[in-house]
Design a protein around this ligand. Structure first.
Ligand code: PLP
Length: 449
């Protein structure tokens, strides 16, 4: 029976403590803890620049809607291939210029954009090499593509040695990737990475990757596809992203920028050559067989781009990065001075030991084998909403509470969060010590097995 199969799959997830549920409304502010009367601090959303609550953006949007033609605000009426929408066409033209690209194509979401690109661009016989942490949408696109599993190869996260080995393995195993004398290679290799990774806050070494591809594929048949979902709006000149920051626009086959995170809207844009755009219009099913985002959303994206262009977003990014730097250095110092063991809770070493990236990230993982109790403690005792992230979203043994910082977070909220982490860790240590007192070291060690 279907119902019993579905229920037993869910039950299995419950038993393994990996069952997903939709978040419920934040707990009411009445309660007995000292923190109960405080407003809940957001350390969860991807609204990195706090634009979704910006009165400046909201009033700008109201004016833009007031002056938009009334026939071009509500539902788009159908697929992009069916209905001409000036709002969409104009936004594409603007994004193409803003991001310094040859062509721009809107998708309804970043998920759709990745599925569209990866499901149709790689051709028969091509291979794909991807960072082990790339987004689920890349995997879903590849599953629907012409690339069989044996032609898809992961490399270790941000590890250039592993990347190089994966490339060489693919070259070795795929004769079509190398040029026979006097002709060009038959096949292509695609590389899928994110410029800023959403679970770790780490940055892809893009310039080094480009150099490696150029040296191993002198015929130019290796192509980089970069997802800038989490970097859009925050990095590079006026938030144009990390590829623009590194001046690598011309080295990319495809860039994906999304609007649902720092830009406080929804949708995404694929930046590419005109040829790739034309191909996507013909073959990308998530573009062809869906109703386009409504023009009101295109107006909202335009308003967010206005804030990038006029420098407002750049100020917010600077504020955000200074909060990030403060949070990491203060929490690191407090964990050390309280002698909290790294096995209980710690910051990743790439944030605390050299070489430390000169770029600050709004995403900061608090590594702990107890993400749920820590997150629950932060919610009730510090009124801080930072979500637990566990396998299968992150690898086994890499559980964490992920802290997403926002330009609108206050230093007081960060202090509360830091105090919350420390009081939780000290509480756990105290409990462990009292268990040792009661059971003796041998009994306590056995209870851990
Ligand atoms: C790296 C990355 N790419 C793509 C997406 C999907 O973007 P969207 O939320 O616009 O569908 C996400 C969202 O979680 C993401 O983290």
């Amino acid at each position: 029976m279907l119902a019993s199969k579905l229920a037993s799959a869910l039950e299995s997830r419950t038993k393994r403590q990996i069952r997903r549920t939709l978040p419920t409304a934040p707990a009411s502010t009445s309660g007995s803890t000292a923190a109960a009367s405080l407003a809940l601090a957001d350390f969860t959303t991807n609204d990195y620049l706090s634009l979704s609550t910006s009165p400046v953006l909201l009033s700008h949007l109201h004016s833009a809607l007031d002056s938009a033609p009334p026939t071009h605000i509500l539902g788009s009426g159908g697929s992009r291939l069916l209905v001409y929408s000036p709002a969409h066409a104009e936004l594409e033209e603007r994004l193409q210029g803003f991001f310094n690209a040859d062509a721009a194509l809107l998708f309804n979401s970043g998920f759709d954009a990745n599925v569209g690109v990866f499901s149709c661009i790689p051709q028969e016989g091509d291979v794909v090499v991807y960072d082990e942490y790339v987004h689920a949408s890349v995997h879903d696109g590849l599953r629907a593509s012409r690339v069989p599993k044996a032609h898809r190869h992961a490399f270790r996260h941000n590890d250039l040695g592993s990347f190089e080995r994966a490339l060489k393995k693919m070259v070795h195993e795929t004769p079509g990737l190398t040029a026979a004398s006097g002709s060009s290679p038959r096949n292509s290799l695609f590389v899928a990475v994110e410029s800023l990774y959403s679970m770790d806050g780490t940055f892809a070494p893009l310039p080094e990757m480009v150099l490696l591809l150029e040296s191993l594929f002198p015929a130019g048949n290796a192509y980089l596809i970069v997802d800038e979902a989490h970097a859009t709006g925050m990095y590079g000149d006026h938030g144009r992203g990390l590829i623009c920051r590194a001046g690598l626009e011309s080295k990319m086959l495809v860039r994906v920028h999304t609007f649902g995170k720092a830009l406080a809207a929804t949708g995404a844009v694929v930046l590419s050559s005109q040829l790739i755009k034309d191909y996507l219009v013909n073959y990308a099913r998530p573009l062809i067989y869906t109703t386009a985002i409504s023009p009101i959303n295109a107006v909202a994206v335009n308003c967010s781009i206005d804030l990038l262009k006029n420098g407002v977003a750049q100020q917010l990014s600077e504020q955000l990065f200074s909060l990030s730097s403060y949070f990491v250095s203060t929490l690191h110092a407090r964990l050390r001075s309280a002698s909290i063991p790294s096995t209980l809770v710690s910051l990743p070493t790439y944030l605390t030991s050299p070489p430390i990236s000169p770029l600050h990230s709004p995403i900061i993982p608090l590594l702990t084998p107890h993400p749920r109790p820590l997150s629950a403690h932060l919610l009730t005792h510090a009124r801080a909403n930072a979500r637990p992230i566990t396998w299968p979203t992150v690898p086994k043994g890499a559980d964490r509470v992920r802290v997403c910082l926002h330009a609108g977070n206050t230093t007081e909220e960060l202090e509360r969060l830091i105090d919350g982490v420390l009081t939780w860790a000290k509480g756990v240590m105290k409990e462990e010590r009292s268990k040792i007192g009661r059971m003796g070291v041998a009994g306590w060690a056995e209870s851990k097995l």
